[in-house]
Design a protein around this ligand. Sequence first.
Ligand code: CP3
Length: 350
Amino acid sequence: VTLISTKPILAALMRQTAARVPFWFMRQAGRYLPEYRAVRAQARDFIALCLNPKLAAEITLQPIRRYGMDAAILFADILLVPHALGCGVTFREGDGPQLEPIRDGRRIAALETSIDRIGERLSAVGETLTRVATQLDPATTLIGFAGSPWTVASYMVEGRGGHDFSQIRRMARVEQRDFSALCDVLERATIAYLRMQIDAGAEVIQLFDTWSGVLPSDEFERWCIAPTKRIVAALKASHAAIPIIGFPRLAGANLEAYVRHTGIDGVGLDPTVPLDWAGQNLQPRVTLQGNLDPLLLTLGGDEMERCTRRIIAAWSQGPFIFNLGHGITPDVSPDHVARLSNLVRNVHLS
Ligand code: CP3
């Protein structure tokens, strides 16, 4: 017997049709909210904030109280995994994350000794989930997450994020043994970390592959699809019912193979993905999630509303979760988030 879930996000991931569109927003907790900034000021630094279950649970719940999204996403960061592996992660105000770059085999081998302790070192994240779970309305889904090996490795190898990726791309091409060993460490650590999150109360897992779009097409299968597939298989082997959303940002034409081969239940789509194409080629296999351009949330107004209605019209005939195509930016007005939430909530499907 398949029970119809009373949680709209879980129902959508089980491909059940609903009377309205479930929604949440990537980076729904964060600097655009004054109440986030107030809590942030109480912690020594960003990592300490992520590892303080009381503060992190409070921040996770802030956007839910304001806007009533259908899912709460754990407040944490994808760089907690390298932090727990001992990679010296720091966040400097306005500067993005910085790490001690890892580029040689000996340092990679040294990381292995930390894998078994990942659950213990990040047990505060489990406590955050357990705290949030007790406070959530029964209709709201609790999402846990991690970064994918390629994306997390890009920060570890480059020492920072989002620049030219020349070091990681060189390593992936010509130092395949070392790079493979690094990705293997991350894969095993990520599986252990996500199992801990599910045991602590996460009901859905999202894998952020923010930088999958810099992979050349001949390397996409090896460094994006294959590790994702192994992580999904490992989580489903231990927790058969756990739905998993993959977010291979800017993967373009590689999305089709990603959806076909990884075993994910839902796919997060960035704003570049054409609506009709995804409806025809991806939605028959997986639940779609996305893909409003975050810039439209910054701008607000009628253009935001028009584009939102267009996405809903294109994808709400099949399994669908409304979201942005990437995270909320700090410049967003809380009023625009209220308008968008009300708009999506009040679209009734025939
Ligand atoms: O969605 C949520 O509300 C949950 C929390 C969350 C954060 N980071 C909090 C955060 C999630 C899901 C993430 C994921 C994350 N972190 C990703 C993948 C998603 C994406 O946006 O692509 C990546 C690449 C990171 C790495 C990271 N963490 C970066 C690049 C930065 C700096 C960004 C910036 O705007 O300065 C962070 C820091 C970070 N993570 C902040 C928050 C709220 C801001 C830190 C602060 O408050 O000072």
